[in-house]
Design a protein around this ligand. Structure first.
Ligand code: ADP
Length: 462
């Protein structure tokens, strides 16, 4: 389908077309001839003036008859044929018939293009709905009919938010920012999940693309369940192993019966601890990924939590780093304590791990007007190269695998931070420069923050 309005058919002037003046000459000549003939015939009967008038009246009558025929044909070109005519009228009629023939040909060609377009979009596995300026449906393909339960022609002209009544889609449609897609349950079958994406085009027109992503979601859920179950199953044997290794480590002291095994036992215990950390992180990630519905909504005393996390960081650092804290003590946050704890621990632990001794770590919790709350963990550590920054929150992505493992990293920390932040509807900003340091900023939306003075009753209102 083309955006261009159809241009009126034009019969090009050919070099053989006579100029207007010549046409005038012919028409006036004919008129004079009719008048003369009429006058001549009248003269034979002794009434030349009457003969002339009669001939002119007959001539005018013939013109009017042709005009009426033309008028009828213009109204009902399919049911009425233009008569054969000579002279100027004949030329006009021929021209009009030629125009009509060309128009029919053009229409046929356009109809073939539209039919081809409709056949190809009908064959698409994804639903396509063409929307007008106000979001009213003007056309849809078979897949859209199946996925959204649209009916032809009843639903044509109806605004799409009136048919897809999910709050997330309504908000997406009203916001008018269509860079991403929304996932909503199918209005036809709640067990299916659809991904909806609006693509603006032309003059205020929109195309709604609908995809069935139920299978992908099922696979994702199966993968998450597998990881969660496997991690859970690994937990018990690991606890037993670690218990025995703890005991053996005690027996492996200087004078103990297992003294010759001290080094291998210590190594085995370290590896068991690493596996435990990995299993715990995998479980945490699986829990976070399984959806935000599970996050508890409570009023969090962030200043106290940040203070405790900084103390834990100090203990981990063992005096090797200088800690600074800038905490807005009146600023609180709605959300889950476990999630915020994961964010704080992972960021501060990373700052300690990736900052050489003597460096500084600065933690801040402040309000940014218009943006919400910001939790910042900045260090003067090794820094991260720009090309690595976008990939840091991927599972098991490490800039330096050896360094991460040596310092007890699992490669899942920032992935946990990202998912935990998503549960708060927040986002993670990372700024870093190699050899200078890194700043990890967690931005929490304004509707999640509040001031300490507000009544506790508001705490449960989220
Ligand atoms: P890990 O357990 O390996 O620390 P994370 O997901 O927490 O896994 O971090 C991923 C990678 O990001 C780390 O391996 C490290 O290379 C880099 N990184 C994270 N935090 C910092 C930091 N504060 N300074 C420098 N590099 C960092």
């Amino acid at each position: 389908m083309s955006d261009r309005p159809p241009s009126p058919p034009v019969i090009p002037a050919t070099p053989t077309d006579p100029p207007a003046r010549a046409l005038w000459r012919v028409a006036l000549g004919r008129l004079a001839l009719v008048a003369l003939l009429g006058a001549g015939a009248g003269w034979l009967f002794g009434v030349p003036a009457m003969g002339c008038s009669l001939a002119l009246a007959l001539y005018a009558g013939a013109q009017i008859r042709n005009l009426i025929r033309l008028r009828i044909w213009l109204r009902r070109p399919k049911h009425y044929e233009l008569p054969e005519s000579r002279g100027l009228w004949g030329e006009v009629f021929d021209g009009l018939l030629e125009l009509q023939r060309k128009n029919r040909k053009k229409k046929k060609r356009l109809a073939a293009i539209v039919a081809e377009f409709q056949a190809s979009t009908a064959a698409l596995p994804d639903g396509a709905v063409v929307l007008g300026e106000r979001g009213e449906i003007s056309w849809f393909n078979n897949a859209a009919r199946r996925l959204l339960g649209l009916r032809m022609p009843q639903d044509v002209g109806i605004r799409v938010p009136n048919l897809i009544r999910h709050p997330e889609f309504t908000a997406y449609f009203e916001r008018g920012e269509f860079e991403r897609e929304v996932e909503v349950p199918s209005p036809v079958n709640a067990a299916k999940t659809l991904s909806l994406r609006i693509i603006p085009y032309g003059q205020n027109q929109k195309l709604l693309i609908v995809r069935d992503i139920s299978e992908r979601q099922m696979l994702d859920a199966a993968r998450r369940d597998f990881v969660a179950n496997a991690s859970h199953e690994l937990r018990t044997p690991l606890t037993v192993l670690r218990g025995y290794l703890d005991m053996m480590e005690m027996d492996a002291q200087e004078q103990g019966p297992l003294a010759p095994w001290r080094v291998p036992i210590a190594e085995m215990r370290n590896q068991a601890l690493r596996m435990e950390a990995l299993v715990n992180d995998m479980l945490k990630l699986a829990r976070l990924e399984s959806g935000r519905a599970q996050m508890r909504e409570e009023l969090l005393d962030v200043p106290a939590m940040v203070q405790r996390a900084v103390e834990d960081g100090r203990r981990l650092s063992d005096g090797q780093h200088r800690f600074e804290a800038d905490i807005d003590t009146g600023l609180l946050l709605y959300g889950g304590e476990t999630e915020l704890h994961s964010i704080l621990t992972n960021l501060i632990t990373n700052a300690v791990r990736y900052t050489p001794a003597g460096g500084a770590i600065r933690v801040s919790w402040t309000e940014v007007p218009g943006q919400g709350g910001r939790l910042c963990v900045a260090d003067t550590g090794i820094g991260i190269a720009q090309q690595d920054i976008p990939r840091l929150t991927e599972r098991f992505y490490r800039v330096d695998v050896g360094r991460s493992r040596a310092s007890g990293g699992t490669g899942l920390g920032l992935s946990i931070v990202k998912h935990a932040l998503e549960a708060f509807d927040g986002r993670l900003d990372i700024e870093s420069e190699v050899g200078v340091g890194s700043t990890f900023s967690c931005i929490f939306p304004p509707q999640r923050i509040t001031r300490r003075s507000s009544k506790p009753a508001a705490a449960t209102s989220q």
